[in-house]
Design a protein around this ligand. Structure first.
Ligand SMILES: C[S@@+](CC[C@H](N)C(=O)[O-])C[C@H]1O[C@@H](n2cnc3c(N)ncnc32)[C@H](O)[C@@H]1O
Length: 164
């Protein structure tokens, strides 16, 4: 009985982490130096806002909340969404974690977007950023560049783009 429960739990975890490949990048956490580089590049003031597309375990949300930012993270993997939600509860209304596919979400008005995705999603993201610019928007991307667009700055493998 216990073995059956363990096998079912392992299957659920495996499905949660592999099914994401149908919609976007697999889970790989951003390391602390790159999280700090991303926040430095975004250069936001306390009370400005940042959204993270695919927030993983919530580490970027936490660093941003510690810097006084209002943050929203979208995460499709229910296990990671739950972990991110639990880890960020202490920041109250400053941090919101939404479970679901960020391609199908209506983004709130925001000052910056952080992503760590894959090359093949960057063009689609570029189009979304162009459509969502009711105010200037900073796109901060770890590891992957936006095709045909020159980054404004690069730091530690993190790229900054500005949409006006
Ligand atoms: C490379 S990981 C980065 C995690 C986190 N941003 C970090 O930097 O530590 C990509 C994350 O995006 C999530 N993801 C991929 N496609 C998604 C989608 N369409 N909607 C929501 N989350 C997605 C994955 O589950 C994974 O947690």
């Amino acid at each position: 009985m216990i073995i059956a429960i363990i096998i079912i739990a392992a299957l659920i975890v495996a499905i949660c982490f592999s099914a994401v490949l149908l919609f976007g990048a697999p889970y790989l956490p951003t390391l602390a130096p790159q999280v700090q580089a991303a926040l430095k590049l975004a250069d936001l003031k306390p009370n400005q806002s940042l959204i993270e597309l695919g927030c993983g375990d919530g580490r970027v949300l936490i660093a941003a909340a510690e810097a006084g930012l209002s943050v929203t993270g979208y995460e499709i993997n229910p296990i990671l969404a739950l972990i991110a939600w639990l880890r960020t509860r202490k920041y109250g209304g400053k941090v919101k974690v939404e479970w679901g596919n960020f391609w199908h979400k209506q983004w709130p008005e925001t000052d910056a977007v952080f992503v760590f995705l894959l090359d093949k999603y960057m063009k689609r993201l570029d189009t979304l950023c162009i459509q969502n610019t009711s105010r200037p928007l900073k796109l901060v991307s770890f590891a992957f560049k936006v095709p045909d667009r020159k980054p404004v700055k690069v730091l530690n493998g993190v790229y900054l783009y500005v949409y006006r």
